[in-house]
Design a protein around this ligand. Structure first.
Ligand code: G3I
Length: 300
C-alpha cells in the first residue's frame, strides 16, 4: 500500500503517531496525520498533570480533542499514561504513602472509566524501572507506597476498562539487558499470579543503531503471552533510514508485535529538538526514513 497505516494494516498491525492537541489546527500536520496513520497517542494530554490538575477535578478537554479527531477519522487510540513518576500534578508530588496510593488508584479508575471502550491499549504504568544495571525498580514516591503499586494499578485499570489492552511501557529496554530483564521477570510474575497485563511497550528512542538482539527481545516477551508494541519510536543520526527499516522488519517478524507508534510527525514536532528523528521534515515532506519504513512495511 502507499501509506504507513494502510501498509501496516495489510499485516494486521497499526502504524501510529504521537499527537499534540494544539496542532490539530495546523493543516499540513492534520493532512499528514489523516493520510498516513491509523493510531494516535496523546503526547501529553492524558498524563496525570493534564487530566487531574487538582485532586478530584478531572479535565479531558485537550485529550478529548485528540480522541474525537481519531474516532472521526477511523484511528485507534493508545492511552498514555495512567501512572508515571514524571508529569504529576503538584498536589500529587507533595503526597506520599497511603494518601498517594489511594489518589493514584483513584486516578487510574477515573481516567480509564471515562475512556472505557475508546482506548485500544493503555500505558497503565510508564518508566517504573531504573537504569541502574541491576533491573531494579526506579525509586519514586509511587514505588515508596509499596512494591505492589504496579499490580494494583493494572487491576484497577482492568476493572475500569475490561476491553483495553493493558501495557507496561519503558525506554532503554530495546535490547536484552538488565532493565528489560527486570521487566521480563515482572511479566513472568504477573502471569503466574494472574495480575492482568496484556502488553509491553518498547519506546525505542534510538540514535544511529538498534541493539542486535532487538527482535529477539521483542520475541522473548511475546513468548510469555503478551503483545509487544513499539510505542515512541524516533531515531536520530546519519543511519536513520536503515534503522527505521530494521525496526519495522523486527516488528513484522514477531507475530505478537501488534503495532508501531512514532513519537511525532515532523522533525519540528519532536521533543528531541535539533535531532530531526522523525519521518517528515519541518515542511511535511517525506524523508528517506519515511521511504525506508514504508518499503519495509511492503516487504521491500
Ligand atoms: O504546556 C506547557 C506550557 O503551558 C508551558 O508554558 C511550557 C513551558 O515549559 O511547558 C509546556 O509543557 C511542556 C509539555 O511538554 C507540552 O509541550 C513541558 O514543559 C514539557 O516538559 C513537556 O515535554 C514532554 C515530555 O514528555 C515531558 O516529560 C514532551 O512533549 C513529550 O514528548 C515527552 O514524552 C515522553 C513520554 O511521555 C514518555 N517517554 C519519554 C518521552 C520523551 O521524553
Amino acid at each position: 500500500a502507499s501509506t504507513l497505516g494502510a501498509s501496516a494494516a495489510e499485516h494486521g498491525r497499526y502504524f501510529g503517531t504521537a499527537v499534540g492537541a494544539n496542532k490539530l489546527g495546523d493543516g499540513t500536520y492534520v493532512g499528514i496525520l489523516n493520510r498516513e496513520f491509523n493510531s494516535v497517542t496523546a503526547e501529553n494530554e492524558m498524563k496525570w498533570d493534564a487530566t487531574e490538575p487538582s485532586q478530584g477535578r478531572f479535565t479531558y478537554t485537550n485529550a478529548d480533542r485528540i480522541v474525537n479527531h481519531a474516532r472521526a477519522n477511523g484511528m485507534n487510540v493508545r492511552g498514555h499514561t495512567l501512572l508515571w513518576h514524571s508529569q504529576q500534578p503538584g498536589w500529587a508530588q507533595s503526597m506520599s504513602g497511603s494518601a498517594l496510593r489511594s489518589a493514584a488508584m483513584n486516578h487510574v479508575t477515573q481516567v480509564a472509566s471515562y475512556y472505557r471502550g475508546r482506548i485500544h491499549s493503555w500505558d497503565v504504568v510508564n518508566e517504573a524501572f531504573a537504569d541502574d544495571g541491576r533491573g531494579s525498580r526506579r525509586d519514586s514516591s509511587l514505588q515508596r507506597t509499596g512494591n505492589d503499586w504496579i499490580e494494583a494499578a493494572f487491576r484497577a485499570a482492568r476493572a475500569a476498562d475490561p476491553g483495553a489492552r493493558l501495557c507496561y511501557n519503558d525506554y532503554n529496554t530495546d535490547g536484552i539487558n538488565a532493565k528489560s530483564t527486570g521487566i521480563y521477570n515482572m511479566v513472568v510474575d504477573f502471569k503466574a499470579r494472574g495480575v492482568p497485563i496484556d502488553c509491553v511497550g518498547f519506546q525505542s528512542h534510538l540514535t544511529n543503531s538498534v541493539p542486535g538482539d532487538y527482535q529477539a527481545n521483542l520475541q522473548r516477551f511475546a513468548s510469555l503471552g503478551v503483545d509487544v508494541q513499539i510505542t515512541e519510536l524516533d531515531i536520530a543520526g546519519a543511519n536513520q533510514a536503515a534503522v527505521y527499516s530494521t525496526v519495522v522488519r523486527a516488528c513484522l517478524a514477531v507475530a505478537r508485535c501488534t503495532g508501531i507508534t512514532v513519537w511525532g510527525i515532523r522533525d519540528t514536532d519532536s521533543w528531541r529538538t535539533g535531532q530531526n528523528p522523525l519521518l517528515f521534515d519541518g515542511n511535511g515532506n517525506k524523508k528517506p526514513a519515511y521511504t525506508a519504513a514504508l518499503e519495509a512495511l511492503n516487504g521491500g
